[in-house]
Design a protein around this ligand. Structure first.
Ligand SMILES: [Zn+2]
Ligand SMILES: [Zn+2]
Length: 378
């Protein structure tokens, strides 16, 4: 199957046009001519989830060889099986082809950050990282490595009803007598001690979810992609190929059904929080929970992401930038020299504190640093 590619060419000189995130138009790289993108008054629609899931089951998806003929240099190349826009590997001309998947994106967030701005955001992020090796910024000089992707996402809406059973814990104090030794003498003292009274509880809570976003691409790890949220879905625009010119665009590889299971995990966190508030008291336990998801709807959307890898001491690290907000998410190396130095200083501080005075601040600082080390994403 050979795909016909569409692209947009400059009316002035015939060169290919690309989407320009700064001016939000199509721009010619050679003569700087611009072509405006007509604004659309089409509504961003939500689609019935249950209906779509039923219909999807009837169809099996085939693997398709996406052979594309470049309209500029006539070379033939094969696009990634899940991509539908890319650049010709021989002449760089943007090529956009037909969708293969049944559900196609009806809206997208256009690129807002240019490649240059994305690079700045990444440099800032590296600079803000605790314990990152100081030489790291020197490794970030190759512009070509930063690739722009429109990555597929699902958004889900739902109204939930959750019934639960659990325990409410209330703290109360009792007076107890204790024997302590002061200056070699035994003294009886009365002290207040906390206890928890547990009471069985049950109830029902209601939640409303709007646009829970789930990454539907496997090009970047789920954790990195998910960490790029929040996305401002209020800025979605109706799908238009012009926004894709020059970028790699992908169709979903995580299905509508699996995406909803991931969305349920996110909703569940919020529901449990609502239940804890509903139970009240000082502590809460949830022993059983059942949730009904009503009025479920979804959208298939494209979000703009800059992504790249960097190598540090023979290890590859992946990172990505939200091209709407500039938020960076990624894997990162640690400088063990810096960590060892800081731990050493903290330990000296703790040792000093024991002799002088019990200093809870130093201990708190040490535990904060140890906690930071266990956090991989920032
Ligand atoms: Zn031109
Ligand atoms: Zn070409």
């Amino acid at each position: 199957m050979k795909f016909k590619s569409i692209n947009f060419t400059c009316k002035n000189c015939g060169a290919p046009l690309r989407f320009n995130p700064i001016e939000e138009n199509l721009k010619c790289e050679f003569c700087q001519s611009v072509e405006l993108i007509e604004s659309s008054l089409k509504d961003i629609k939500e689609y019935d989830l249950n209906k779509a899931l039923k219909e999807l089951k009837l169809n099996h998806e085939k693997k398709i060889n996406k052979e594309v003929k470049c309209s500029k240099c006539s070379a033939t190349f094969t696009m990634n099986p899940y991509s539908f826009s890319s650049n010709c590997p021989y002449c760089g001309t943007p090529a956009i082809i037909d969708f293969v998947k049944e559900i196609t994106p009806q809206s997208l967030l256009p690129f807002h950050l240019s490649q240059k701005e994305a690079k700045e955001a990444f440099k800032k992020w590296v600079g803000s990282l605790w314990f990152a090796p100081s030489k790291l910024t020197e490794f970030l000089t190759d512009d070509e490595k930063l690739k722009g992707y429109y990555l597929p996402h699902w958004t889900y809406d739902a109204k939930t009803v959750s019934t639960y059973q659990g325990q409410r814990g209330d703290i109360y104090y009792v007076t107890v007598e204790r024997t302590t030794i002061v200056n070699g003498k035994e003294i009886r003292q009365r002290v207040q001690e906390p206890r928890i009274r547990w009471t069985p509880v049950s109830g029902r809570v209601y939640n409303e979810f709007d646009d829970i976003t789930i990454g539907a691409s496997k090009t970047i790890s789920y954790a990195i992609l998910d960490n790029l949220a929040p996305w401002d879905t209020g800025k979605l625009v109706p799908f238009n190929e012009k926004y894709l010119a020059g970028f790699i665009s992908e169709e979903y590889t995580i299905g509508l059904d699996n995406g909803f299971e991931l969305a349920k995990v996110k909703m569940n966190r919020v529901i449990r929080q609502t239940i804890r508030q509903d139970i009240g008291g000082d502590q809460q336990q949830i022993t059983s929970l059942k949730t009904d998801y009503n009025e479920t709807s979804y959208k298939n959307v494209l979000f703009p992401v800059w992504t790249a890898q960097f190598k540090w001491k023979n290890k590859t690290y992946n990172y990505a930038i939200n091209a709407q907000t500039g938020k960076v998410s990624g894997e990162r190396p640690y400088s063990w020299l810096k960590i060892t130095l800081v731990i050493g200083i903290v330990l000296i501080g703790i040792a000093g504190a024991i002799y002088i005075d019990e200093n809870p601040q130093v201990i708190e600082k040490a535990s904060k640093i140890l906690h930071l080390l266990s956090v991989n994403f920032s």
